[in-house]
Design a protein around this ligand. Structure first.
Ligand SMILES: Nc1ncnc2c1ncn2[C@@H]1O[C@H](COP(=O)(O)OP(=O)(O)OP(=O)(O)O)[C@@H](O)[C@H]1O
Length: 312
């Protein structure tokens, strides 16, 4: 495929000062089984968000587990987590795994407090838990025991507890699964805020829209390694959008068509320019903006086919 750069444009750490993750030549196998991952090298700096795509069973969760050394099985390679020289990995790293890890009998607020106590000094625990309730919109369920929550609220509470200590490096394994539209929107907005604040993230998802909305870089796990890493804008920019404007002119309806390289936002800019040049002065009947988005791009790439699922 043309858009995805292989081994070029990898998030780099030319200036290592704001580096939050360095993975070099990491391999991983479960027990005596053949390796699930081989020779993975990744770098993430402040403000970079890496979206990880791949089919079911490709090794996305394993990538997170291997980086964090959660499950035994690392076979060589090196990993540096968090800001360089900070020493305190637990304080700077947060993991919202695919499986919810909350105490079922405790309320959401109690879970948040407990999670904060594990990492933060006592004087900061209450404020951190309160802030998580506010940021994640959990006030309605704060006093509800986890076993009585719906699946979506449970997942959101799980993510809130995972990040109650406001880590600089965040791992999110399929964070939007089970979330309704409103809740997903809230999480996506929070992720954008964390990115602006300079946190780095690794996000796995089967939804290209999640990756497109939240990530600065994309990686594909396939055949036991990370086969493509690149900036999202390069991936999307390698394809063309098309603008269609139907205009009612004196000679009857007229269709204007123009290729617009790049993302939907860039295409919209092109249309605005047309309008400024008077093309639309006689009245635009309808404007269709078609763009190759990540979902379309994935459908064109055999390596990625099967790695996405449809939203409900
Ligand atoms: N604890 C384990 N022991 C042995 N094999 C495992 C274990 N966990 C995962 N695997 C295997 O490792 C491979 C990668 O699994 P992983 O869960 O990382 O894939 P994934 O890309 O996250 O999948 P999904 O999209 O379904 O969540 C699979 O073949 C899986 O069966």
């Amino acid at each position: 495929m043309t858009g995805l750069t292989r081994d070029s444009g990898t998030p780099t750490d030319q200036a290592t000062g704001d580096r939050l993750l360095a993975v070099t030549d990491l391999s991983f196998a479960y027990g005596d089984s053949p390796p699930v991952l081989t020779g993975v090298t990744l770098r993430l700096r402040a403000g970079e968000v890496l979206g990880v795509l791949g089919r079911n069973g490709a090794g996305k969760s394993t990538l997170i587990n291997a980086i964090l050394d959660i499950v035994p099985g690392r076979r060589g390679g090196s990993v540096t987590l968090g800001p360089e020289g900070s020493g305190d990995v637990r304080r700077h790293v947060g993991v919202a795994g695919q499986r919810v890890s909350l105490y079922k009998k405790l309320t959401v607020a109690e879970n948040l407090t407990h999670a904060a106590r594990l990492v933060l000094p006592r004087r900061r625990v209450a404020a951190a838990a309160e802030r998580a309730v506010e940021d994640f919109g959990l006030a309605r369920v704060a006093r509800t025991p986890v076993h009585r929550l719906s699946g979506g609220w449970e997942r959101l509470s799980h993510i809130a507890a995972s990040f109650v200590h406001a880590p600089r490096l965040r791992f999110l394994d399929e964070p939007t699964s089970a979330l309704d539209f409103e809740t997903r929107t809230r999480l996506v907005a929070l992720m954008a805020r964390w990115r602006r604040d300079g946190d780095a993230m690794i996000v796995t998802s089967h939804y290209p829209e999640d990756i497109e909305e939240t990530c600065t870089h994309v990686a594909v796990v396939s055949g036991g390694t990370v086969v493509g890493v690149g900036p999202l804008r390069d991936l999307l920019g390698g394809y063309h959008s098309e603008l269609l404007a139907r205009i009612d002119g004196e000679q009857g309806p007229l269709t204007l068509r123009a290729p617009a390289p790049g993302t939907v936002a860039q295409a919209a800019e092109t249309f605005a320019r047309w309008a400024g040049e008077g093309h639309a002065a006689s009245g635009v009947e309808s404007v269709r903006l078609t763009s190759r988005n990540l979902r379309e791009i994935i459908s064109l790439d055999p390596e990625l086919q099967g790695s996405v699922v449809e939203h409900d």
